[in-house]
Ligand binder design. Structure first.
Ligand code: HEC
Length: 140
């Protein structure tokens, strides 16, 4: 998969630039996708993708549950941007090897599971939607 590997680097940099959104302020905020399933049976996935899931389950459940990424659908290549973004958050503790393994899982899962039935999943929220959720929470 040399092509995908070459693509990951610039996308990781791009992710860093996209950091300006709600960011850490949104910690503890419940998004619609958080209410979906929090784990996935990956027993039918190829071994290297199962390994990616293991890293993903460990690293991507620190600030929100796995429900958030598992129930979000987006174009497979956009996941690289997301992993890059999450990688740069303080305390995420996601190194480059982890990021590659996580991205491999997310891209595979997107094309094999989510793209087959997109209506079951949520598109990522826009900055405006996140601001709105934060404001609503502030009023409660
Ligand atoms: C350091 C804390 C932290 C870690 C670690 C983390 N996230 Fe997040 N994540 C957040 C916060 C906070 C949000 C809320 C939206 C925002 O600020 O962009 C979020 C939102 C998301 C969203 C929804 C975005 C949207 O717009 O609907 C997805 C998908 C996601 N994270 C995936 C991941 C993946 C995949 C990983 C592992 C690579 C991960 N997260 C690790 C903090 C984290």
């Amino acid at each position: 998969m040399p092509a995908r590997r070459d693509l990951l680097f610039p996308l990781l940099l791009l992710g860093g630039l996209a950091l300006s959104r709600a960011g850490a302020q949104a910690l503890g905020l419940l998004l619609p996708q958080d209410r979906g399933p929090r784990e996935l049976d990956v027993s039918a996935y190829p071994p290297e993708i199962r390994e990616g899931y293991r890293v993903f389950a460990h690293k991507c459940s620190k600030c929100h549950t796995l429900a958030r990424p598992l129930n979000t659908t987006m174009r497979a290549d956009f996941w690289a941007r997301y992993v890059g973004e999450m990688m740069q958050r303080p305390a995420s503790n996601i190194g480059e090897t982890d990021a590659r393994a996580i991205y491999a899982f997310l891209a595979y899962d997107q094309t094999h599971r989510k793209d087959a039935d997109p209506g079951r999943f949520f598109p990522p929220l826009t900055d405006e939607q996140i601001e709105l959720l934060l404001a609503e929470r502030g009023r409660r």
